[in-house]
Each structure stands twice: as structure tokens, then as C-alpha cells.
Ligand binder design. Structure first.
Ligand code: SAM
Length: 280
């Protein structure tokens, strides 16, 4: 039976289990265990936490999470070829690693996790963005997780942490920063992965806030932000006309110039507008 010290290197794991990277599954693997341990540390103190890992692949980051003291890791992986490699890790950490073979967009692993819960993932970017939006917009706040530590294409990471007035500022920045503290904690060049992707990557850490930065009804805020940024070149008095016919008065009452564009409006101002609209 494998022990922590006898686990093979990740390149051996890939060779032994025939894990040739599949483009269709966005497989760019991390093979350096020092690097995966460093990423795991960006998730904060893992001792006493359950971790939901999405897309463990050959298990480099999984090993990092367990080595950094996670109480338990629940990993969701779509590619069944990776299961034998993950079983070896589970044998080295008895009772601490469970694996669900499925699509993270479809399975609901929550009943298997006990708070506090941290989510960590190095996922294909399209799946990552979709999951991020779902995790940021649960029915009730606080969500099931305490923090999200996620690898993204650097351009997407920049959008998550963007400030008003910048080109990258939009719906993702507002969704993320309204109820979380969001920071880029690591940057990785393409060569960190095997095979190397075309773009640079970055790890974003999002720590949930117990209360949002400013009061607002999430549904109204979401509607206003979506309308504003769907037509981001237009002035708000035009792009938000569909939200309320008297939008110009409401913008002024919320301290926003009707001639401004969405990317110039702060989260505080969007929340003021959402409150104004919700008040009827
Ligand atoms: N975590 C590993 C690492 O860092 O080396 C693998 C990262 S690789 C970028 C993405 C992983 O996500 C692959 O193992 C892939 O099979 C898996 N994956 C892709 N789509 C998925 C989905 N919808 N649900 C669960 N896993 C998925």
C-alpha cells in the first residue's frame, strides 16, 4: 500500500496510468509538488477544514492540500482515467480523500462536507468561470464555503479583482468584490503546466465577507449590473432604460450621473441604485 513517502512522482503517475492530456477536458497539469504545495498554502490554514477540490487530475494539488493539513478533501473529477492515481493518494492518507467521478457542473457534493469548507481548484477556464459565478450567487448568504482559491487565465483573474474605471471592470468584479475580499495571490507562466497553455495564469483567493460591502437586494443588483455592462459603451440613462422608465431620476438620486458608463460606477453607487429601484 502506498504511503506518503512512497507516492511516485507526478510524471511517473502520468506515465503509469496513461494520462495523456486531453484538450477537450482542459487538461494542463501541474507536475511540481513544491508549486502545488505553494498553491495549497494560498487557501489559508487548512487544518480543521474540509476542502472541496474540483478537477484533481493526477492529484498534484490534492497532495498539496493533504500535505498542508486539510482535515478531509473531497475531489470531483470528470476523467475516470485519473481515478487509480487518486486511489493511490487516498491509500496514503487513510480516510481523508474521497473522489466523486462526475461533472462538477452537475454533481452536488455538499452533503458530504462539514464546515468550515474551503474550495480549491485548477480547472479548465470556462468551467471555472461558470462555477465561480454559481458559488458567488447562492440563494442565501453566507454561502457553504469560507473561501475560494481558484486558478484562472490571468485575464479572467484581472477581471475578478478589477477596480472601477478600468477596462477589466465589469459584472465579475462586482459579483466577486461585493461579498468577498478578492486578491490575486500568485502568477504562473505557461511553462508551469504540462502541456503549457497559450496564456499566463493566476491564482485568485476570495474570502467571503459575513456581510456585503453595501446593502442591496442581490437580484436587483444583478439585474442593474447585467443591464449596465451588456451595453457598456452606452450611457447609463440608455443602457438602464429597460430596468426602470424613470431611470434618469433614479440615477441622480443615487449619486450617479446619467451620462456615465457602467465601468465608471463604483460598487457603492450600484448598490445605492439597486436600493432606490427596490424601494419602488
Ligand atoms: N488539478 C490538476 C492539476 O493541477 O494538475 C489538474 C488540472 S487540469 C487544468 C483540469 C482538471 O479538471 C482535469 O483533470 C480535467 O479532467 C478536470 N475537469 C475538466 N472539466 C471538468 C468538470 N466539468 N468537472 C470536473 N472535472 C473536470
Amino acid at each position: 500500500m502506498a504511503t506518503i513517502d512512497s507516492l511516485p512522482s507526478l510524471s511517473e503517475v502520468i506515465k503509469t496510468h496513461g494520462l495523456a492530456a486531453k484538450k477537450s477536458l482542459g487538461q494542463n497539469f501541474l507536475l511540481d509538488l513544491n508549486l502545488t504545495a505553494k498553491i495549497a498554502r494560498q487557501a489559508g490554514d487548512l487544518t480543521g477544514c474540509d476542502v472541496l477540490e474540483v478537477g484533481p487530475g493526477p492529484g498534484g494539488l490534492t497532495r498539496g492540500l493533504l500535505a498542508e493539513g486539510a482535515r478531509r478533501v473531497l475531489a470531483v473529477e470528470k476523467d475516470s482515467r485519473c481515478l487509480p492515481a487518486l486511489e493511490e493518494i487516498a491509500a496514503a492518507y487513510p480516510g481523508q480523500l474521497s473522489v466523486i467521478n462526475g461533472d462538477a457542473l452537475e454533481v452536488n457534493p455538499l452533503t458530504a462536507l462539514t464546515p468550515p469548507i474551503r474550495v480549491v481548484a485548477n480547472l479548465p477556464y470556462n468551467v471555472g468561470t461558470e462555477l465561480l459565478v454559481r458559488w458567488l450567487t447562492p440563494k442565501d448568504w453566507p454561502p457553504f464555503w469560507d473561501s475560494l482559491t481558484l486558478m484562472f487565465q490571468r485575464e479572467v483573474a484581472n477581471r475578478i479583482v478589477a477596480e472601477p474605471g478600468s477596462k477589466a471592470y465589469g459584472r465579475l468584479a462586482i459579483l466577486a468584490q461585493w461579498r468577498c475580499e478578492a486578491r490575486i495571490v500568485m502568477s504562473l507562466p505557461p511553462e508551469a503546466f504540462s502541456p503549457p497553455p497559450k496564456v499566463h495564469s493566476a491564482v485568485v483567493h476570495l474570502q467571503k465577507r459575513d456581510k456585503p460591502l453595501f446593502e442591496a437586494d442581490p437580484k436587483v443588483l444583478s439585474r442593474v449590473v447585467a443591464a449596465g455592462f451588456n451595453q457598456r459603451r452606452k450611457m447609463l440613462r440608455a443602457s438602464l432604460k429597460s430596468v426602470a422608465p424613470d431611470i434618469e431620476d433614479r440615477l441622480i438620486a443615487s449619486g450617479i450621473k446619467p451620462t456615465e458608463r457602467a465601468e465608471q460606477v463604483s460598487i457603492e453607487q450600484f448598490c445605492a441604485l439597486a436600493r432606490n429601484i427596490a424601494a419602488g
